[in-house]
Design a protein around this ligand. Structure first.
Ligand code: NAD
Length: 442
């Protein structure tokens, strides 16, 4: 199959490279010429484990190419995937469809022969109809079908998720489009990944429902964590105790600083707006959004409390800035609200992240960036673990403590991902505070 992938971001680039790896011929198109130049020079514009090797191999085999204009690739394509951003619209939180619609218009001008236009971007219910309308209006002669094929990959494990998905959701009732989609994903049926066929609107909603459910699960355990702190219980044991029940499952039950990233915050908000407009408000999701928003800032207050009630003039070392490990993505990362909260309270903040520094630099101009975890902790009054990178899981706590401030009181370790246990931290002379566990003073 010949595929044009519009948008070479986290989803477009990974999907394009994986589809090329299945044997299809893929051209990834992005309107950002720097991104295309960088890809053509063999440099990845994002950090995603294994992506550089996968891209290089498929470029070498002649199955994957990068362009900044779509005309030729779209004209030749059997399927054109739209994988552009759908961020929150400024002001009202609805999903901003301007990138999707601009892409649809441009695709329409170049299509030739029967073409399947696939929305891989996360789009609100009914957007497929709009894409169809735009294409028909722009090019009344075009022969095409618009299909919804939402993506469920996770950054940091994106290649494995794309190649071994739990399911592939395809929203269409057009037999020719179904045939093309089955052909595109045929290599995956060897891994027994089910193609789940449904209506287009149902597919669009399935993506939002999945993200809202996962966001709710995280938010649920975060609230239980707060209760654990008040009543002297341990949230990790509670999470395990309920997660072993296979009706519940253990995933997405890790208490922490609140969900962030490029999907959950904007998608939960967009779903709330869609439901309000439809006259069927989703009160549960509305609450999830509100609780999570408050939580990120509350984490700054937690650090301040752990530091004795004030951080004015103190140096706080923040370990981990990206919204989760194994990505350089800083979009809506909890670190943004936590750092702002600490700085507002008068703290000096120094930070280190294994992959996120380049992205963080322009958006956190007042944060000093360190070269590694120990340099970050140098002279600090508290270390706050915000993202659970593997590199932070086995820190030399003796070295970390020695590099910190030598004031009388024990230095503070606030572990917002519960990757250390209180006893070990205390033995190394730290005052330790996790999430949903009792505070332990050295
Ligand atoms: P991204 O911002 O990383 O990438 C989008 C790319 O599209 C950018 O490089 C941009 O330059 C390009 N673009 C925008 N308009 C264009 C146009 N008209 N022509 C060509 N290129 C254009 O976004 P992303 O994280 O890859 O997300 C894309 C979509 O996938 C979103 O709807 C998102 O919700 C969804 N999604 C993301 C993830 C994830 O983990 N990032 C997972 C599942 C679904």
């Amino acid at each position: 199959m010949k595929i044009a992938m519009i948008g070479a971001g986290y989803v477009g680039l990974v999907s394009g490279a994986c589809l090329a790896d299945f044997g299809h011929t893929v051209v990834c198109i992005d309107r950002d010429p720097d991104k295309i130049a960088s890809l053509n020079a063999g440099r990845m514009p994002i950090y995603e484990p294994g992506l550089d090797v996968l891209v290089a191999e498929n470029v070498r085999q002649g199955r994957l190419a990068f362009r900044s204009t779509m005309r030729e690739a779209v004209a030749e394509a059997d399927a054109v995937f739209i994988a552009v951003g759908t961020p929150s619209r400024r002001g009202d939180g609805f999903a901003d469809m301007s990138f999707v619609r601009a892409a649809a218009q441009e695709i329409a001008k170049s299509m030739s022969g029967f073409t399947v236009v696939v929305t891989k971007s996360t789009v609100p219910v009914g957007e497929g109809d709009e894409v169809e309308r735009i294409i028909r209006e722009t090019n009344p002669e075009a022969q095409f079908a618009v299909v919804s094929n939402p993506e469920f990959l996770r950054e940091g494990a994106a290649i494995a998720d794309f190649k071994r998905p739990d399911r592939i959701v395809v929203g269409t009732d057009e037999p020719r489009a179904e045939k093309v989609m089955r052909e595109i994903y045929r290599p995956l049926s060897l891994n027994a990944a089910p193609i789940y066929l449904m209506g287009r609107r149902t597919a669009e909603l399935t993506k939002y429902a999945a993200n809202a459910f996962l966001a709710a699960k995280i938010t649920f355990i975060n609230e239980i964590a707060d209760l654990c702190e008040e009543v002297g219980a341990d949230v990790q044991a509670v999470a395990r105790g309920i997660g072993l029940d296979n009706r519940i499952g253990s995933k997405f039950l890790h208490a922490g600083p609140g969900y962030g990233g490029s999907c959950f915050p904007k998608d939960t908000l967009a779903l709330v707006k869609t439901a309000q407009d439809a006259g069927t408000p989703l009160r549960l999701v509305e609450t999830v959004v509100a609780v999570n928003d408050q939580r990120k800032r509350a984490m700054a207050r937690k650090v301040i409390k752990a530091c004795g009630g004030s951080v004015r003039g103190k140096m706080i070392a923040v370990l981990g800035l990206t919204f989760k490990p194994e990505t350089d993505d800083m979009r809506d990362a909890p670190s943004l609200a936590i750092v702002a909260g600490l700085q507002d309270a008068g703290a000096k903040v120094r930070a280190y992240d294994p992959e996120g520094m380049e992205q963080a630099r322009p958006i956190m101009p007042t944060v000093e960036l360190a070269e590694n975890a120990y340099a970050c902790a140098e002279g600090a009054d508290a270390v706050v673990i915000v993202t659970e990178w593997n590199a932070f899981r086995a820190l030399d706590l003796t070295r970390l403590r020695k590099s910190m401030s030598s004031s009388d009181s024990a230095p503070v370790l606030v572990d917002l991902r519960n990757i250390y246990d209180a006893k070990t931290a205390m033995e190394h002379g730290f005052t330790y505070e996790g999430v949903g566990r009792a505070v332990t003073k050295a």
